[in-house]
Design a protein around this ligand. Structure first.
Ligand SMILES: C[S@@+](CC[C@H](N)C(=O)[O-])C[C@H]1O[C@@H](n2cnc3c(N)ncnc32)[C@H](O)[C@@H]1O
Length: 243
């Protein structure tokens, strides 16, 4: 018996890995994080128990996992995007280890990748940015020392900010001294879902543009010069004299 933490991808059910889909379709127990995992990802399952864990606390979730373990049933524990990012699987894994319940992680397509795809851009361009910072905005949750937005912004790397769209004005204020007010920024709502929305602009005008929409959650903020760069060197990857 194994608990499989499965990445459901960003929303489009075709963006689940073949392995993830196979497990969802064969595990007798499915627990899914309902707020961001579309029901379509669960299609074709033959599970005897399918539970949306959106309203459950950690104890209740662990009780369900322990119950499946006692019955020898594999569990598909389905999380949005890639489960290793802001998925709160760490605390579940800690409990599983303490209980001696085996688990495995099946990676998924993370929101950042889906947002880059929606914009049709590469996030790492030669001479523009070779680094991608994945972070979240935390107004109340404390961030570890050295990981405040201003600390990260000093690198001027491409940045993907999760869980922050409601605090966009504050974020823009913190980023602008480092990236410059003309730096391109995009806010992507529900990338890869049928109701996906993209708002693009600069740090100077993005707040007004997003205020004019009703985007309040499930959006990623992407910042960096890669978003509209025309001037960058070819990579060495496809150079005639490749290294
Ligand atoms: C709790 S985190 C989960 C991230 C997820 N594990 C991943 O790898 O994408 C939820 C946040 O991820 C971002 N997010 C998740 N899915 C998204 C999507 N389809 N489009 C845009 N942003 C998304 C939003 O910032 C959202 O508030």
């Amino acid at each position: 018996m194994t608990v499989f933490f499965i990445g459901a991808g960003p929303g489009d059910p075709e963006l689940v890995t073949v392995k993830g889909q196979r497990l969802v379709r064969t595990c007798p127990v499915i627990l899914y994080a309902g707020s961001l995992v579309p029901e379509a990802v669960l299609s074709g399952n033959v599970a005897e128990k399918v539970v949306n864990t959106a309203e459950l606390d950690l104890d209740a979730i662990v009780a369900l996992l322990a119950d499946a373990h006692a019955k020898g049933q594999d569990v598909a524990r389905v999380h949005s995007g890639d489960p290793s990012l802001y998925g709160a699987i760490g605390e579940q894994i800690r409990r599983l280890r303490a209980l001696g319940i085996p688990y495995e992680i099946v990676p998924g397509v993370t929101a950042t990748a889906a947002c880059a795809a929606a914009l049709g851009v590469e996030l790492t361009l030669p001479d523009v940015s070779q680094t991608l910072i994945l972070t979240r905005y935390a107004r109340k949750t404390s961030m570890p020392e050295g990981e405040q937005l201003a600390d990260l912004a000093r690198h001027r790397a491409t940045m993907a900010i999760h869980l922050g769209v409601r605090h966009l004005a504050r974020i823009v204020e913190e980023l602008t001294p480092h990236y410059g007010s003309d730096c391109p920024v995009a806010v992507i709502y529900r990338a890869s879902w049928p109701d996906e929305e993209k708002v693009t602009g600069t740090l100077a005008d993005i707040v007004g543009k997003v205020q004019a929409t009703d985007i309040e959650r499930t959006a990623l903020i992407l910042v960096g010069r890669v978003l509209d760069a025309e001037h960058f060197a070819d990579s060495t990857l496809y150079a005639k004299e490749a290294e």
